[in-house]
Design a binder for this molecule. Structure first.
Ligand code: PLP
Length: 380
């Protein structure tokens, strides 16, 4: 018997209730049974996004939602500012370039959040050569950074540009207020804090963003927002959706509603605090300067190969964390303490990390990290 623990920053462990819901006997997507579950998903997503805007539901992973957004908002030759401070910021820029969009990158050192003043300055510099959209990331999962979306919203709000935020990793775990913060487009997916097997992404658009859609000359068919919005108004989708995932996501959103969004945020904050304390007690360092609550990117000690460490944890202890991506390959280990993750998942994570580090020759007292985490989690 080898028990496996999925503690990656996506996809994440699926609650039993959600798994059971995904096995719901299949219903037809053109009839009432599906319309009910569709409506409940959209309402739940509006709650976690904190938006009143219409939401487009797509079958496809998070990147499908990102690509569809670029295709529906922008035309070849349009200009966009793209915040790049990690793998996922770079993904925005790659998608934009694939659609012929002229990308003005805002490059941020990996591990730091973008300063909203920098976004403001770049918008001002570009005055006259119209910037149509600003692309950013709520939680940059590759570095473990949370960006100041509220601050960015405040500087984009009064410009002609729309603010597009990739919230795939943070939504449902990290404090987020789309409408209040002036976010025009929120892109999310179901397999991270939203505790559902991968395969659904969703996009909310403000009226300011919807104005761009009919003018976009980029080709799209399966991912056309105008027709998807019409179908959505009748609680349906254009094409056959991943029906089982709708049942799963509806259940996951119900769990979030039962726990209460505020409590969900507090739980993630507590887990992050306990993880950071454990890391410090073990003599390690958290990689980012602006760490998110939904994951911790931990710098791997110099003499240890992070790829090997991660493989050892998986093969020997059955624990899956995220490894380093891009320039951080081998240099960080990422614990996704998001979604269906509680204090004992964190204790398990830290205990396993201590054991694996010892196996790899790192000198530390076993349980120092566990103890530091327990001190924070006890009584909670
Ligand atoms: C996981 C993730 C994505 C989406 O990746 P998919 O594999 O396409 O679902 C996008 N952005 C961020 C920040 C992510 O963490």
């Amino acid at each position: 018997m080898k028990k496996r623990y999925l503690y990656a920053p996506g996809p994440t462990t699926i609650p039993e209730r959600v798994l059971a819901a995904t096995a719901h006997p299949l219903v037809h997507h053109r009839f009432e049974d599906f319309a009910r579950v569709y409506e409940s998903v959209v309402n739940g997503l509006k709650m976690v996004m904190q938006t009143q805007n219409d939401i487009i539901m797509l079958t496809g992973s998070g990147t499908a939602g990102m690509e569809a957004t670029v295709a529906n908002l922008l035309s070849p030759g349009d200009r966009a500012l793209v915040v790049r401070g990690g793998h996922f910021g770079e993904r925005w820029s790659s998608i934009c370039r694939a659609y012929g969009v002229s990308v003005k990158p805002i490059d941020v050192e990996w591990g730091r959040a973008v300063n909203p003043k920098l976004v403001e300055q770049r918008l001002k510099e570009a005055e006259g050569s119209e910037i149509k959209a600003v692309f950013t990331t709520l939680v940059e999962t590759s570095t473990g950074v949370v960006n100041d979306t509220e601050g960015i919203g405040a500087v984009v709000r009064d410009s002609n540009a729309v603010l597009v935020v990739d919230t795939v990793a943070g939504l449902g775990g990290e404090n987020y207020l789309a409408d209040e913060w002036g976010v025009d487009v929120t892109v999310g997916a179901c397999q991270k804090c939203l505790m559902t097997p991968p395969g659904l992404s969703f996009i909310s658009l403000s009226e300011k963003a919807w104005k761009l859609v009919p003018n976009s000359k980029s080709p799209r068919y399966y991912f056309d927002f105008t027709t998807a919005r019409e179908k959505g108004a009748a609680n349906g989708t254009l094409f056959t959706p991943a029906i089982g995932l709708f049942f799963g996501l509806a259940e996951a959103l119900k769990m979030i509603e039962e726990e209460g969004l505020e409590h969900v945020y507090r739980r993630h904050e507590l887990l992050a605090r306990a993880c950071r304390a454990a890391v410090q007690a073990m003599g390690l360092q958290i990689f980012p300067l602006n760490p998110a609550n939904v994951l911790s990117a931990i710098s791997v000690p110099d003499k240890i190969d992070g790829v090997e460490l991660s493989k050892h944890l998986r093969d020997h202890y059955g624990i899956t964390f995220g490894g380093g991506q891009g320039q951080l390959k081998g240099k960080v280990l990422r614990i996704g303490h998001m979604g269906y993750f509680d204090k004992f998942d964190l204790i398990t994570s830290i205990a396993a990390l201590e054991m694996a580090l010892r196996d790899k020759g790192f000198i530390l007292d076993l349980s120092v990290g566990v103890r530091a985490a327990q001190e924070i989690l006890i009584g909670e």
